[in-house]
Design a protein around this ligand. Sequence first.
Ligand code: NIG
Ligand code: FE
Length: 413
Amino acid sequence: MTYDTIIENIGQFILPKAADHPLKGEDMKRLEIRENAAIATKNGKVEWIGTHVDAQRMETENRVDAEGKVVSPGLVDPHTHLVFGGSREEELALKQAGVPYLEILKRGGGILSTVKATREASEETLFAKSKQSLKRIASYGVTTLEAKSGYGLNRETELKQLRVVKRLKKTTVLDLVSTFLGPHAIPPESKEDPEAFLQEMIAMLPHIKEEELAEFTDVFCETGVFTIDQAKRFMEASMANGLTPKIHADEIDPLGGTELACQTGAISADHLVAASDEGMTALALSDTVAVLLPGTTFYLGKDHYANARGMIDRGASVALATDFNPGSCVTENLQLVMSLAALKLKMTPEEIWNAVTVNAAHAIGKGTSAGVLAPGRKADIVVWDVPNYKYIPYHYGVNHAMLVMKAGEVIWK
Ligand code: NIG
Ligand code: FE
């Protein structure tokens, strides 16, 4: 056989374990690294993985020399707010003056300022802006990601955002999953009656399912936003409509959103900075993935980070994501998040790689197609310009990707 591409001379080949379920316990702590390896692709898929020596005898259209460096599966970013209008650099001064995140929101800024800009933006503008962000995301080695709505907060604009994601799915080579985050904040016009707004968002679920506008839903469960009871009802309604729930849980106040996620069978619970011991134990007993977002804690200027060690050591599955959005974490760089995971969450390099590949894929229902390289899997491959797999968390804030391949095609180099 003539292979489409062979990547040879791989110094360290990172091979997260393929599994039907997200990795937890000892599996989360282990990572297979093969030295002097090679990989061959055919028709967009991985055809063969073996040694550099064996690769010399094989025929190919295209031989790539990895120069003894590191190769991994394409990264997976399981939590982004990709589609939004405008930007919020003016808020930095408020943050510097010590005005808390929820206070800015209460004053009609924060999420609500992006809502205004997103309502005003045309579908075309949002599409073009998101496409630019996708380009940058891919340049950092991410080949699969999630994108949320949530800056419309009315039927019309939420659908506009979801249509943009649907269009992006058709036009980008990246794999994109879509999440309806209607209950992301309470819009000014519903201040007096948040319950009516929640019902309006629930009423959208059948249409979203029918038009295949999203595969997941999400809700911001937080003081002054949506209560545990409201989040629960939204999540149950999502499931009743064939949409799998996610939740922004226990980010600022420990309301018990982590426990709720596990009880309702959410595919992931995200943020979890204030998750309780009970919440962490519930995670360990469930298949709900804890998606941690240390870039957000950093960007909000907080000192207290999610208790990743407590979660991993109890046996919870942990994934990492950027939370890319215009307010609480303005970066597309998942490699930076890997550094923060090492420095602030005290995760090991092995745990970090599992958290941005296989577990991140499971957090968005892509566990059997993304985040792992094995024969038959999609050839989503990154060659990293680093000497070993521990190097990326260590050398922070820059882009180490040397070549990014999606389904066997080079998309960035
Ligand atoms: O995940 N926590 C709520 N939502 C986003 C922030 C969005 C924004 O500030 O625009 C988050 O951090
Ligand atoms: Fe978020």
